[in-house]
Write a protein that binds this ligand. Structure first.
Ligand code: UDP
Length: 241
């Protein structure tokens, strides 16, 4: 029997913070930013790259902040996770409005609003061309959506996690405070640990390192950066190996 060569389509998971969606508003969702991100995701899709999305909830609630205000942490974190579902619904609607196909999966069962998260259904949806928005974080308190992003990327067999930040990669020091800070093109997981650089919170980072899930840190504000990174271009900083 003749062997068939199948080239697997590239599959990425984009992690955006809730804060990024709020833009200058500082809270809630800026429709112009929502529209820009959706349009970039659809452009990536049109270039044959499958895209999953994890959106944070910091533009609405963060459990740790609610705890400082006197809330029970578990309830605060649940409110944070619900915020990620609201952001996911907004993104789904914008993707659909622009002609795309998108599904909000949730770590929490909210059957009338979202689809219960399942790795196998998520993979099928991605293969069929839909954008899969993984909301509700990990479904457990005391975690972050960065951890949820790495977890879902591993489960959905993504090639890379693309972490959108305000700066265009990982620097030797905070480039806002230290003008001598240099940007790294590539780093290994152990170099990040040795140099005590900040890529993601420790839980998310440990999970990515253990399962060899590459993380690319890039700026969502830099024109075209997301599309280049999603399509495999050398954008920002790649942490792998
Ligand atoms: N959260 C949680 N478990 C998770 C993911 C998120 O409890 O697995 C809660 C937590 O309170 C967090 C909030 O949801 O602060 C919003 O997520 P995150 O802070 O990661 O959002 P971002 O900073 O990316 O906007």
């Amino acid at each position: 029997m003749a062997s068939q060569q199948s080239s697997k389509p590239r599959r990425i998971l984009l992690k955006i913070s809730g804060e990024a969606l709020a833009g200058d508003l500082g809270f809630g969702i800026d429709p112009a930013i929502l529209s820009e991100i959706a349009s970039a995701v659809l452009e990536v899709r049109s270039r044959g790259v499958q895209a999953a999305l994890v959106i944070g909830g910091g533009n609405v609630f963060r459990g740790a902040e609610l705890q400082r205000a006197g809330f029970d942490r578990v309830t605060g974190d649940q409110m944070g996770m619900l915020a990620t579902i609201m952001n996911g619904l907004a993104m789904r609607e914008e993707l659909k409005r622009q002609g795309g196909s998108a599904v909000v999966m949730s770590a929490y069962g909210i059957p009338s609003i979202t689809t219960q998260y399942s790795a196998s259904i998520g993979r099928e949806l991605l293969s069929s061309g839909a954008t899969v928005i993984c909301s509700g974080g990990t479904g457990s308190p005391f975690f972050t959506t960065d951890t949820g992003a790495v977890l879902r990327a591993i489960e959905l067999q993504c090639d890379e996690v693309l972490k959108a930040t305000k700066v265009d990669g990982v620097y030797s020091a905070d480039p806002v405070k230290d003008p001598s800070a240099v940007r790294f093109d590539k780093l290994t997981f152990s170099e990040v640990m040795q140099r005590q650089l900040k890529v993601m919170d420790l839980t998310a980072f440990a999970l990515a390192s253990e399962h060899q899930m590459p993380i690319r840190v890039f700026s969502m504000k830099k024109p075209g950066a997301f599309v280049r990174a999603a399509c495999g271009g050398s954008e920002g900083t790649l942490v792998s190996g």
